[in-house]
Write a protein that binds this ligand. Structure first.
Ligand code: BGC
Length: 496
């Protein structure tokens, strides 16, 4: 079937299409490109696929709410709703010097935090990039690396006099993967997320593994608390803005935490904790709709991402939202159009055919390109993929990026709405501390979440306001460590 001069697509016996293009050496016309009209037709198809109506969003919110409630009722549910043993809000008067280690999706960060009280603090930190090999290598090696980096950090700060000599500092460990906890300094990894796959870690207590690494490296630190980045963000944000009720991370992964009444966490009723006490819940909402896939609007591109991931079936919600996957969704669409002979005929497309080669940061740049000619997009395709584009194609890519990112923001709004609706926060309103590269750097991500909340709740949706949160994995983790020390010193639930 000839699609345009010199190019054609052939249907292969396996059902795939093969695009061909013939160019004569004396032919001095440029490369064939899709016309404005072809691109507009395609765009309409993708708009229909990625659009989410307010009605559809409300249905998702209802299903989400049920999942959250189920997770609080029974162990082992899809959305695990993990009780964190962080009892209530910080007073803002927590003080002292703490270490914080944050094993995130991209970096390892070690921090020295001095809490000064009155919501004030000081932080000194160092970052170490994690390699892809480290993420897949033996788990204990990963924790040993954390121990080594921490040791180096402490030694440097001992020399400079920032850390006092002969002191064992309390440490908050931020480990942002789902762990079931029996007490605050314990956590059994349920499953790796965000592309990690280090063997001999799932099913193990990660605090014990980390303590082993500290002992091996003779690190003068005592692990007081294990927290997830969302729980840390919840606590740190409340420390500086007491109106905060919910915290979210929209980064390489995505998740939320909020404060729950113990009486509404039936699965820990047997622990004998005062039902009026409050405890932070780490939702691990990235798992919503995993395995069953009944509620989320998954396209074939989302399914490919899922099936080719190292964890098929898992983290269904996260795979539609987080920064790890958005670029890949767009790349898969582009590759499909290459195979159909719509895009880049006659050009060598091997670079863009490499999985995960189109980073979400590129989408962010495409959407923020201020020029009429979309020069930034020319640059991205030229420089990173050795591809030439027309203005019509660039406009199409930008529109696609918007569709993918807008759907992510609207789904994020569904998650927030589920917690708001479950907790009855809509009337009085609440602040949602949010962090992560997508939230902080992607143009209009917050705006689109707010628009989504408005679509779900109507005018009252404006009562729910997200804002850029305080650093949860550093400051938050230190505050949690401080709260835990105080609680244990006061003999309040000392075994938790
Ligand atoms: C993890 C969460 C984490 C989130 C954001 C998810 O993949 O399971 O624990 O909070 O990413 O970092």
């Amino acid at each position: 079937m000839a699609s345009r001069r010199g190019s054609s697509t052939v249907l292969l016996p396996g059902g795939q299409t093969m695009a061909t293009f013939t160019k004569h050496s004396e032919d001095d016309e440029g490369l064939p490109h899709a016309t404005k009209k072809t691109m507009a037709d395609h765009l309409r198809k993708f708009e229909a696929l990625f659009n989410m109506t307010p009605q559809r969003m409300r249905m998702i919110v209802e299903a989400f709410k049920e999942s959250l409630e189920l997770g609080l009722t029974k162990n082992g549910q899809i959305v695990p709703m993990i009780p964190t043993y962080v009892f209530g809000w910080p007073t803002g008067q927590e003080t002292g010097m703490y270490l914080a280690v944050d094993l995130g999706g991209t970096n390892l960060r070690v921090c020295l935090v001095t809490l000064e009280g009155g919501g004030k603090f000081e932080i000194t930190q160092a970052k170490y990039r994690l390699s892809e090999e480290q993420k897949q290598d033996d788990g204990q090696k990963l924790f040993d690396f954390c121990g080594e980096c921490l040791k180096a950090f402490i030694d440097t700060n001992l020399e400079s006099g920032l850390i006092p000599k002969d002191q064992v500092l309390p440490l908050g460990f931020t480990f942002s993967y789902p762990c079931s906890q029996e007490r605050i300094d314990h956590g059994v990894l349920i499953r790796w997320t965000k592309g990690f796959g280090a063997p001999n870690t799932e099913g193990h207590d990660v605090v014990e593994m980390f303590r082993k690494a500290l002992a091996k490296n003779s690190v003068p630190a005592e692990v007081v608390a294990l927290t997830c980045d969302t729980t840390g963000t919840l606590i740190a944000s409340h420390y500086v803005n007491p109106k905060t009720r919910i915290a979210c991370i929209f980064g390489t992964g995505c998740n939320a935490a909020y404060m729950e009444r113990v009486r509404d966490i039936p699965k820990i009723a047997h622990l004998g904790i005062d039902p009026d006490t409050e405890m932070a819940i780490n939702c691990e909402w990235g798992a919503f709709d995993s395995f069953e896939h009944e509620n989320l609007p998954r396209t074939k591109y989302d399914q490919i991402i899922d099936e080719t991931s190292n964890k098929p079936g898992e983290q269904a919600f996260e795979k539609l939202i987080s920064g790890r996957y958005l670029g890949e969704i767009l790349r898969l669409i582009i590759c499909e159009l290459i195979d159909e002979g719509v895009l880049f005929l006659g050009q060598n497309t091997y670079k863009i055919e490499i999985p995960y080669s189109l980073d979400t940061a590129f989408l962010s740049l495409m959407e923020s390109d201020p020029t009429d000619e979309l020069l930034m997009i020319i640059g991205i395709f030229n420089h990173f993929f050795a591809l030439e584009t027309t203005l019509a194609e660039r406009q199409f890519f930008r529109a696609l990026a918007k569709l993918v990112a807008r759907r992510a923001a609207r789904l994020s709004a569904c998650g927030i709405a589920a917690i708001v609706s479950k907790m009855g926060y809509l009337e009085e309103g609440c602040a949602v501390g949010a962090d992560g590269s997508l939230y902080n750097k992607y143009p209009k991500f917050a705006e689109r979440i707010h628009e989504g909340l408005h679509d779900i709740f109507g005018e009252k949706g404006k009562n729910i306001v997200t804002y850029h949160a305080e650093d949860g994995s550093g400051i938050g983790s230190a505050i949690v460590a401080a709260m835990t020390k105080e609680r244990k010193n006061a003999n309040i639930y000392p075994n938790y």
